[in-house]
Design a protein around this ligand. Structure first.
Ligand code: TMP
Length: 236
């Protein structure tokens, strides 16, 4: 399948049309942003890590009953996926306190929750992705109740599968962000990516951060963290 016209350029990826109206090609960049694009940089090799890791995890999730947009990895940076209409919600699951949760509630990072939490943000950079509850989402027509129930069930299933998967690789899955899309028939599928850009990964023994927080917080060795996560997943 070949790329035709570019449909969209986001902060970390480009999306191209193909000859099949139901399929698009996603191309992962090394560009990194944080704080709604205020902080900009490059993480060398990130596009390859995120593409390959996300594809691997989406296939693992498919095997575990989570429908995804994944179709075929075309090369190190490009993947053929089903074209979806993205539901304008960032779906965040947390197993351990960190980031905006710790800040919002005035607690330290590292509190292990008895049960995972879920929250939604409205996907809108200009408004800084404000927290949105399910009633707000339904009121504004962002999603229906049936879609919200399905998204919640799928997100918790993703957490169950990935938490166990990463723990076997000596990594704590602290929290992560998912996006879902609608196929033309309305089916909800997991879309976007699952990568060190969208998850917090801590080494299970040392709690060393192995994700984009190294870039967000200027912790150094950003590329090293991405390649370490590649090694944990692919053994390379
Ligand atoms: P937060 O603690 O900043 O709300 O982030 C929660 C999780 O979501 C964390 O794993 C990083 C991820 N995330 C994104 O993927 N995109 C974003 O724009 C933000 C703010 C967080």
């Amino acid at each position: 399948m070949e790329k035709t016209v570019q449909l969209y350029e986001g902060k970390a990826k480009k999306v191209y049309a193909t000859d099949d109206e139901n399929l698009v090609i996603v191309s992962y960049k090394d560009d990194a942003t944080a704080f709604d694009g205020l902080k900009k940089g490059t993480i060398l090799g990130k596009g390859v890590v995120n593409n390959r890791m996300s594809n691997y995890l989406m296939q693992l999730l498919e095997k575990n009953g989570v429908p995804t947009h994944f179709v075929e990895e075309l090369n190190d940076r490009e993947t053929l996926v089903k074209k979806v209409k993205i539901v304008a919600l960032e779906v965040i699951i947390r197993n351990i306190s960190a980031g905006s949760f710790a800040k919002r509630f005035g607690v330290e990072e590292g509190i292990v929750f008895a049960e995972p939490t879920i929250e939604f943000s409205y996907k809108n950079d200009e408004l800084h992705d404000p927290l949105m509850n399910s009633y707000h989402a339904v009121a504004l027509g962002v999603a229906t109740w049936a879609e919200i129930d399905r998204i919640k069930a799928l997100a918790f299933k993703v957490n169950e599968v990935l938490k166990a998967y990463f723990l076997e690789r000596n990594v704590k899955l602290v929290d992560f962000k998912l996006e879902f899309g609608r196929l033309p028939d309305g089916t909800i599928v997991l879309a976007d990516e699952i990568s060190p850009d969208t998850c917090r990964f801590w080494d299970a023994v040392t709690n060393e951060k192995l994700d984009k927080d190294r870039f967000r917080r200027d912790l150094g060795n950003v590329e090293g963290a991405y390649s370490e996560m590649m090694r944990r997943v692919f053994g390379e």
